[in-house]
Structure formats: structure tokens, C-alpha cells
Design a protein. Structure first.
Length: 125
């Protein structure tokens, strides 16, 4: 059955401004090494950083919690498989909360344009 659903829409320009202001401090606090590698290899990295931010917030929403509520954004990692299809790899408190809730599968999908990035996350139990 569906346990939770979360969605988020991120303004790419807002993420661009945060990166311009905080640079590696923001990126290092929010994204894993693999996420950074993936985004930086793209023609427009900020779009992909924004999409990952949307995925992280969507995951929190799907669990019914928000930013700053015990789960660090870096513990919610978005990986792409060889076909480009995204999946979430959860660590630390994010992984523990899923286990405690009895979640058996996590689904994520991303979409983006030059200006907006969006994600949806569905938790199954
Ligand atoms: C999946 C696909 C429809 C995406 O459509 P799009 O309109 O170009 O792009 P969107 O903005 O809607 O979505 C992009 C996101 O789709 C996701 N995505 C990519 N390939 C995917 C796949 N095979 N299945 C599911 N999701 C996929 C990624 O998360 C990507 O964002 P990211 O690179 O930041 O992780 C398109 O990439 C596709 O058809 N891929 C499969 C075929 C393929 O690999 N072609 C390679 C070029 S010939």
C-alpha cells in the first residue's frame, strides 16, 4: 500500500543564487560526492542540483516531516542508474525512519526545465 507521497518544485535561479553566495559550503552540506560529480558533469549543473534539492524535500514530505527535523539533506542521496533512472539511497536517520515506518520501497521521479525542477516521491509499505 502507499504509505506516503511528497512533491516539491524548486526555482533553479534561487538555487543558483544560493550556490553563488555560499558555494562549496552549501554544496558540501547538502549533496553527496556522487551527486556533486553527476551534476558537475552536466552542461547546466544548477538545474540538476535544483532537481536533487526537490527530491530531498519531497522525500521529507513523503515521511510527513520537514527541513531541520532530524534528517539531514545529505542523508537523502539521489543516484541515477545506468539508464539514467533515479533512485534514492538513504543513510543514517533517513534510513532508520524508513525502517521504523516499515517502508518497503521508495519511488522517485524528477523533471526539470531551465527555470524549475520538480520531484515526486512515493513510499510503499
Ligand atoms: C527519461 C526521459 C523521458 C527524460 O525526459 P526529459 O523530458 O528529457 O527530461 P525531464 O526533465 O523530464 O527529466 C529528467 C530526469 O529524468 C530522469 N531520467 C532520466 N532517464 C530516466 C529513465 N530511463 N527512467 C526514468 N527517469 C529517467 C532523471 O532523473 C533526469 O534528471 P537528472 O538527470 O537530473 O537525474 C528521457 O531522458 C528518456 O527517454 N530516457 C531514456 C532513453 C535514453 O536514455 N535516451 C538517451 C538519449 S538517446
Amino acid at each position: 500500500m502507499i504509505y506516503g507521497v511528497g512533491t516539491d518544485l524548486v526555482d533553479v535561479i534561487r538555487i543558483r543564487k544560493i550556490i553563488e553566495k555560499w558555494g562549496d559550503r552549501f554544496i558540501g552540506r547538502v549533496y553527496s560526492h556522487d551527486e556533486i560529480d553527476y551534476c558537475q558533469k552536466k552542461a547546466f549543473p544548477t538545474i540538476h542540483f535544483a532537481a536533487r534539492f526537490a527530491a530531498k524535500e519531497s522525500f521529507l514530505k513523503s515521511l510527513g516531516i520537514g527541513l531541520g527535523m532530524r534528517v539531514g539533506l545529505k542523508d537523502i542521496e539521489l543516484i541515477n542508474n545506468e539508464q539514467g533512472s533515479p533512485f534514492l539511497k538513504l543513510h543514517n536517520r533517513a534510513e532508520e525512519m524508513l525502517r521504523e515506518a516499515g517502508v518497503t520501497a521508495v519511488h522517485v521521479s524528477l523533471t526539470h526545465t531551465r527555470n524549475y525542477a520538480s520531484a515526486v516521491v512515493i513510499l510503499e509499505k
